[in-house]
Each structure stands twice: as C-alpha cells, then as structure tokens.
Design a protein around this ligand. Structure first.
Ligand code: ADP
Ligand code: MG
Length: 347
C-alpha cells in the first residue's frame, strides 16, 4: 500500500447550488480534500450539511455547480454514459434504508449490479456467493429480505455493493437506522472489508461514535463548508473548530464533572494538573510526576479513556500535594511528549 498511490477520490473546489422554488440552496461551498487509496475516510455533519450531496458527486448522481471531483482518475461529470456505468461498477454504494427488492431473494438482490452489467451467467453465481461469504450471509442466499433483521438487510446491501469488485465503497448513513449493537457489527464488517481487501471506504454520518470506531481520517462539514479535517486521533484529541468540539464531546467527554471543576477552581484540591495521553503513554506518569515535582502524594481525581479505531485517547486529572509550584511548569515540560501533554488547572 504505497503512499505514492494516487488518492481514490479528489475534491477540488467543489461547490453545489440547488435551485428550488425560485431559491438558491448552497449545499456545498469550495470543498477540497483527498481520500487516500485504501483508507477509511469519514465525513461528519449535521442534517442538511451537504453530506449526501458530496458523496453523490463521487459516482455522478450529483454534478457539482463548480469545481472538480476525480474518482479513480475520472471526472464523473465529464465522461460518457458508458464510461460512467463502468466507473459505477468500481464504486459500490450502501444506504440507510438498504434499498432491497422485497420480491427477490438475497442472492437475486445481490446479483442486480451484475445483471445490469450484462455479466455472464456462470460468473454471476460465483461472484454472488463470494460477496455473501464476505458479509457472513452464505446461509441466507435463498431467504427474502422480510425474513431478515435490519443488520442482515444491511449486510445484503453491502454484498450487493461489493459484487462488482469495487475499489471504493460509499456509505451514506448506512448505520443510522440500526440499533447500537448492530451498528458496531456493521462498522466492524466495513473495517474488515477495508483492511482485508484494501477497499477504500468513504463514509458519511451524523454520529461521531461512527467516526470514532471506524475512520482513520475525518472531515467536518458545516453548512456546506469543510471546517476541520485531519487524522481521527488528532481531531479527537485536539478539536479546533467549535462544531468539531461539540461532535467530539458526544464521544469523549472532555468537560470535567461540574462539582470537581468547582473544587479545583476554588483551590480546594491544591495544585491540579490535567494529563492528556494516547495509548499507554501515561503508564508511568504518576510515579514520574511524584519524583520530578517533589510531591509527597499524587491523588487521582478523574480519569477517562476512549478507544478509537487505531488509538486510545484518555485524560487524567491529578492533584500534586506538596509540589514545588515555582518549578512545576518546567518539570511538566520535561515530562511532556507527543503523546503525553500537561495542563495546569490550578497552581
Ligand atoms: P445531508 O445529507 O448532510 O443531510 P444534503 O446533501 O441532503 O445534506 O442537503 C444539503 C442541502 O441541500 C439541504 O439544505 C437540502 O435541503 C438541499 N438539497 C439537497 N438535495 C436537494 C435537491 N435535490 N433540491 C434542492 N435542494 C436540495
Ligand atoms: Mg444525507
């Protein structure tokens, strides 16, 4: 998986304005970013932020008003119908409401993209079986959608998206109609598909928990503008935009409990330090704090840790009893590292 590989999707200054009822609706405004090959990329935004519009420009279901989308080297808005059909076979898409045909079996539903592509009959059977195996539904090939749970229906939707052997999978709120446990199972399935087969995933969602569990990179969309973008570990540990902070707060509560915050502010806990860490970077931090600051006790006031897809991030609040206030900043600076940060809450 070479870093030199071209991105699978490139958005360059993409804007989209809808004209409805004599009014202009600006759905996207100057959106630019790349989706790297083989990556799992998430776009989060509130309802109406422009997420569906954005993802639909990738397979040519929407056409930008200005700017360019490049998907697998092609511009879906500037190629012939035949070229677009062939591009769409390389881009699978899954939806919130699965879009399955109720009168057809699971296998028949999964076969639809191959029938549309006039694939040879004997190749269809084999490829359908393979896709159902990838999503763990081999046993249900002859079932009908009405006999399946929501999670199983979404697996059928994923198998149908995979049946043409795509390089990209687009997911438009694919877990939004599912309960939390099923959501996790479907996200884990998408993670497996991404890491085992190298299929790039571009997922859009309004739930930050979905981003946390699955994505490596994230872009935050606010009323058509990308307001923040970066590695998920970075955005979760250092969100800079106010909207991003709100989204992050839903998964990683950074606010301290009110009563504790008040005690610290009033000095009742003495010298108090907030520690932010990644993975096991805080393993020896309590002992190190005690010996380097000269504190006679390090008391733990608060702790939380959250597992993201590739990394865990956590925060601790400690009070340092008997620490030398004059040298505290210097000592903390010596202990700090990329994955271990300190903030003095009260001296
Ligand atoms: P999201 O998926 O983030 O909820 P959408 O991309 O569906 O957002 O919509 C972005 C904005 O564009 C919304 O204000 C929506 O009402 C508007 N919009 C979307 N599709 C159309 C359309 N076909 N015609 C007119 N307005 C649309
Ligand atoms: Mg949408």
């Amino acid at each position: 998986m070479s870093e030199l590989e071209d991105p699978v999707v490139r958005f360059e200054h993409v804007s989209k304005t809808y004209h409805a009822d004599g009014q202009d609706q600006h759905a996207l405004h100057d959106v630019s970013f790349d989706v790297p090959a083989h990556s799992f990329f998430g776009v989060i935004g509130s309802s109406g932020a422009g997420k569906s519009t954005l993802i639909r420009t990738v397979n040519g279901l929407e056409r930008p008003t200005s700017g360019t989308v490049t998907a697998l080297g092609k511009n879906p808005a500037a190629i012939t119908k035949t070229e677009l059909s062939s591009l769409r076979r390389e881009i699978g898409m899954i939806f919130q409401h699965y879009n399955l045909l109720q009168s057809k079996t699971v296998a028949e539903n999964v076969a639809i993209p191959l029938l549309l592509a006039h694939t040879a009959k004997d190749a269809i059977g084999q490829r359908v079986q393979e896709s159902l195996r990838m999503v763990g539904l081999s046993e249900h090939a002859q079932s009908y959608p009405s006999q399946l749970s929501g999670g199983q229906c979404q697996r059928v939707g994923i198998a149908r998206a995979l049946v043409t052997n795509p390089a990209i999978l687009l997911s438009d709120e694919a877990t939004s109609a599912l309960d939390p446990v099923t959501t996790r199972q479907i996200l884990d399935l998408l993670n497996d598909i991404n890491s085992q087969y190298g299929i790039s995933v571009l997922l859009i969602t309004h739930q930050m928990s979905v981003i946390a569990r699955s994505c490596q990179q994230v872009a935050v969309l606010d009323h058509g503008d990308v307001v923040e973008r970066g590695a998920v570990s970075q955005v979760f540990s250092h969100p800079s935009n106010p909207l991003t902070r709100q989204f992050v707060e839903t998964v990683v509560p950074r606010q301290l409990p009110e009563a504790l915050a008040a005690r610290i502010a009033q000095g009742e806990e003495g010298t108090t330090v907030l520690i932010r860490y990644r993975d096991d970077a805080a393993k020896h931090v309590l002992a190190a704090l005690q010996s380097s600051t000269g504190a006679h006790e390090v008391a733990l006031l608060h702790a939380n840790e959250n597992a993201l897809r590739d990394v865990s991030i956590g925060q601790l609040v400690v009070s340092l009893q008997g620490a030398d206030g004059a040298t505290l900043g210097t000592k903390l600076g010596e202990l700090a590292a990329d994955d271990l940060e300190f903030e003095v809450l009260h001296e």
